[in-house]
Design a protein around this ligand. Structure first.
Ligand SMILES: [Fe+2]
Length: 299
């Protein structure tokens, strides 16, 4: 097997050291052990966001190939069953999708799905290649993916082509999907923009409703809805390039995954989620700039 950046011994050492120095956020060793188990997990997926292909004076031409090569290596090492690109795949364009697909995404050896970000434009012009999300990717802006017994709800939180608009998800559509899947084993919800206003309960930057009380209220309603379904195991956001960790609301975990491209933000990387044979679920952020795992959590 190809050498990994992290070994079981390193992980266990890391969890011991971190637990010793930080009583507030110890890394549970059981999670570290599960994530480094030599047995491959039953299902494993990655979430990467904010590639910002085409943004001037940024390193997208280096960062996106690095992402693709790391994800392809993940597939060989511990397996990778799906990749979710959680928004801002391109930068303020409705015409760059073919290029990002041809130059990079076709080289990904795992099936991937795209969630619309605020910088991913569609032009709405009949017959244009960028007419709609469905025309570009083959499925609509609000879309449900079922793989094996897992459900992934991809929900749009953006305007057609206005990057400054941060919107609440369509709560009626969400409720319909969740009600139809009450028997599903596990549901994961992916939406680019966090549904809580910045600062409320310590929530990070760039959530909905900073200057719009109606949006703030609607975003809270979306969160209350998600939190009322037991089988919603986690919600994943992109958009805030600085956030890499977990926030919790009514016991429901909301995860961020830093960013891959763009002009600002934390160390670049992506998030991994592993589902074991005993149905336990663990996740961590992978900092691909420094090749380290961080923020391990069980769901
Ligand atoms: Fe964004």
């Amino acid at each position: 097997m190809k050498k990994q950046d992290y070994s079981r011994r390193d992980l266990l050492k890391l969890c011991g050291v971190t637990a010793g120095v930080s009583a507030l956020s110890p890394v549970p060793c059981s999670i570290a052990a599960a994530l480094s188990d030599p047995e491959k997990p039953n299902f494993r997926f990655a979430i990467a966001s904010d590639l910002h292909f085409g943004q001037k004076e940024t390193a997208f031409a280096e960062n996106i190939p690095l992402l693709i090569s790391r994800l392809n290596r993940e597939k060989v090492d511990r397996g990778l069953d799906a990749v979710f690109l959680n928004g801002d795949i391109v930068h303020d364009s409705s015409t760059a999708y073919e290029a990002v697909k041809t130059n990079y995404l076709t080289k990904l050896n795992t099936t991937y799905y795209a969630i619309k970000g605020n910088h991913d434009y569609v032009d709405g012009k009949k017959g244009s290649p960028g007419e709609s999300w469905e025309k570009i990717w083959g499925y609509p802006r609000n879309h449900v993916v079922s793989i094996k017994k897992l459900t992934f709800i991809l929900a749009d939180t953006t305007a057609q082509q206005q990057a400054s608009q941060y919107l609440p998800a369509d709560i009626d559509w969400l409720k319909e999907q969740l009600d139809a899947r009450k028997q599903d084993e596990a549901i994961f919800v992916l939406m680019h923009i966090a549904q809580r206003r910045q600062g409320v309960q310590g929530w990070p930057k760039f959530g909905v409703g900073l200057d719009n009380d109606e949006h703030a209220k609607a975003g809270e309603a979306v969160m209350t809805l998600l939190e009322s379904y037991k089988n919603v195991r986690a919600v994943f956001h992109g958009h805030d390039h600085d956030s890499v960790g977990r926030y919790v609301s009514e016991k429901k975990p909301y995860f961020f995954d830093s960013h891959v491209g763009g002009s600002f933000g934390n160390r670049i990387g992506y998030r991994i989620v592993e589902i074991q044979a005993d149905k336990s679920i663990a996740t961590y952020q992978y900092n691909m700039q420094d090749s380290i795992m961080m923020n391990q959590h069980s769901l």
